[in-house]
Design a protein around this ligand. Structure first.
Ligand SMILES: CC(C)(COP(=O)(O)OP(=O)(O)OC[C@H]1O[C@@H](n2cnc3c(N)ncnc32)[C@H](O)[C@@H]1OP(=O)(O)O)[C@@H](O)C(=O)NCCC(=O)NCCS
Length: 164
């Protein structure tokens, strides 16, 4: 469990993805519009990753879903959770963008990584994804340019920087 999220007067749990969540996960990705798909789910990469986790689990990954009733409002995850610097990913439902859910999901994940004594967090994001870049930079992530062999921008949040 991650820290619950306050949204529209409710407190919504952020719980680990599990077997049985596949239908909800598919509904979340099915309603994703072209812009979000282009920057977040090219080749269905993130949908496949989450579905595989629901079905088989994976000790090197963590996925937390923000679920209200039977609906998935968003999710946040770490790849390479077994490494000192895991890789973060986040998405919220298109019609809920810009209402600070993305920020709350990232903050909960950052807190978890700190509690778990990670050294920091890395991520990549599409150069056209201004919304995500503004969010990451406001959370303290620094951009190190284009990731090697990749078209995406590479960001790191170094927890040591924050204690200086
Ligand atoms: C990127 C994403 C996770 C951000 O979540 P969100 O809930 O929409 O964003 P928030 O409301 O938390 O906004 C965070 C910051 O982004 C900035 N922001 C919001 N809308 C913006 C826009 N249209 N353009 C630029 N910056 C914007 C604001 O500065 C905001 O800071 P504030 O909280 O001080 O106002 C979400 O839009 C999303 O899921 N997009 C599709 C999937 C995706 O791109 N995931 C990230 C891949 S790396």
């Amino acid at each position: 469990m991650l820290k619950a999220i306050a949204f529209e007067g409710k407190t919504i749990a952020l719980r680990e993805a599990k077997s049985g969540d596949e239908e909800m996960v598919n509904a979340f990705f099915d309603r994703m519009g072209g812009e979000s798909r282009a920057v977040f789910n090219r080749g269905e990469y993130n949908r496949k990753g989450l579905l595989k986790f629901c079905q088989k689990g994976d000790a090197t990954r963590k996925y937390w879903l923000l679920v209200d009733g039977n609906e998935m409002l968003g999710y946040v995850f770490f790849l390479d959770w077994n490494m000192k610097i895991p890789t973060l990913g986040v998405a919220v439902r298109d019609d809920l963008r810009g209402r600070r859910l993305g920020r709350s999901l990232c903050e909960a994940a950052i807190e978890k990584a700190k509690q778990s004594r990670k050294g920091g967090i890395m991520l990549t994001t599409h150069p056209a994804n201004a919304r995500a870049q503004t969010l990451y930079e406001s959370l303290g992530f620094r951009c190190f340019g284009i990731a090697r062999n990749c078209v995406e921008l590479f960001y790191i949040l170094n927890f040591k920087d924050e204690t200086k």
